[in-house]
Structure formats: C-alpha cells, structure tokens
Design a protein around this ligand. Structure first.
Ligand code: FES
Ligand code: FES
Length: 181
C-alpha cells in the first residue's frame, strides 16, 4: 500500500461519493469529493455560477439556494446532504424569457448595484413569499436579515419584495419545478 493510500485508510477517508442531485428539475448523477460543499458542486461541477461565493462561512447569504423549498446556505451544506432533494438555484426561477415575479420586481426597482448579492437575495425572497405570500415589513426584514448587500441596496430590495408580494400570491411564490415543495 502506498503512503497516500495508507493515510486514507488510517482516516477512513472516502475520496469520492456518487450522488444524485436534482437541480432545477434535472437529475445529475455525479462523483463528488467527500465533504465538498453544495456551492462548489453547483458552480464547478455543474457550471451553475449564478449562486455566489461570498464569505464561505454562512454569514452573508450570497450562496443561498432552495432545498425542498427552504432557503439554505450552499457554502455550509455538504453536497451529500442535498442528494435526492429538490434543489433550486437562481437559474431555475425563470421560465424561458419569462422572469419569476421576484426577479421582475428586482429588475423594475433596480434593487441591486454590483449584483453580487442579488441571486441570494432573490432566493431568500422567493422562499419568503412562498411561505408567506403577504409578508409584513417586519417579516421581510426578518427573512432578509441574513442577506448582506455591500452596496446597501436594502430600501430597494424591500420595495421589490413588497411589489412581488402584490403580484398574485401564487405567481410570486411559484417558480421552477423544484421551488414548490
Ligand atoms: S457564501 Fe455562503 S453565506 Fe456567505
Ligand atoms: S448589489 Fe452589490 S453587494 Fe448587493
């Protein structure tokens, strides 16, 4: 046994895991290094770069995706923990050229500057409106509190979410195949 193999054996290290990931309605059978975050798998294995790497520590919300309809920090989610679940990324919200109502509201309100936080913001807002179609301002703030915007676009984000909530409730909460639980 070579030195590298014996080190793996000593730590019971399984270098790869075969996973079934269901992302935006598509199934992917992929080999993923054990312990690799969902964020890395989405961006580097599946090429879905809409989900952003910010802090890498679960603090900024840039990497937010939905897992079975619930917002999750993909930088702190092991890929294996997301296997066989319905994962939705920002790429899964629009239907062709038709933006999701939350995306459309962000665009209309120009609720971004550099745009780096925007995918995570939108995913959190979609989850909010799905669970609470007519949120109060307090509920919006509570939900969005974990999504940090270094460009300080918070007032416009609030306005966009209020607008989206004013769209038909079903439309504001509905999105790609995996959003609905
Ligand atoms: S990159 Fe995941 S919370 Fe900041
Ligand atoms: S728009 Fe730049 S970080 Fe939010």
């Amino acid at each position: 046994m070579c030195r590298r193999q014996s080190r793996h054996a000593a730590y019971n290290f399984d270098p790869m895991a075969a996973l079934l990931l269901r992302v935006n309605g598509q199934s992917h059978r992929i080999d993923v290094p054990a312990g690799q975050t969902l964020l890395t798998t989405l961006r580097e294995t599946l090429g879905l770069t809409g989900t952003k790497y910010g802090c890498g520590e679960g603090q900024c919300g840039a990497c937010t995706v939905l897992i079975d309809g619930k917002p999750a920090r993909s930088c702190r989610t092991d890929s294996a923990a997301a296997a066989n679940k319905g994962i939705t990324t920002i790429e899964g919200l629009a239907h062709g050229d038709q933006l999701h109502p939350v995306q459309a509201a962000f665009l209309k309100r120009e609720a971004f500057q550099c745009g780096y936080c925007t995918p995570g913001m939108i995913m959190s807002a979609v989850a909010l409106l799905q669970a609470t179609p007519k949120p109060s301002d307090d509920e919006i703030v509570r939900q969005m509190n974990g999504n940090v915007c270094r460009c300080c676009t918070y007032p416009r984000v609030m306005a966009a979410i209020r607008d989206a909530a004013g769209a038909t409730p079903a439309a504001a909460g509905a999105a790609g195949d995996e959003v609905q639980p």
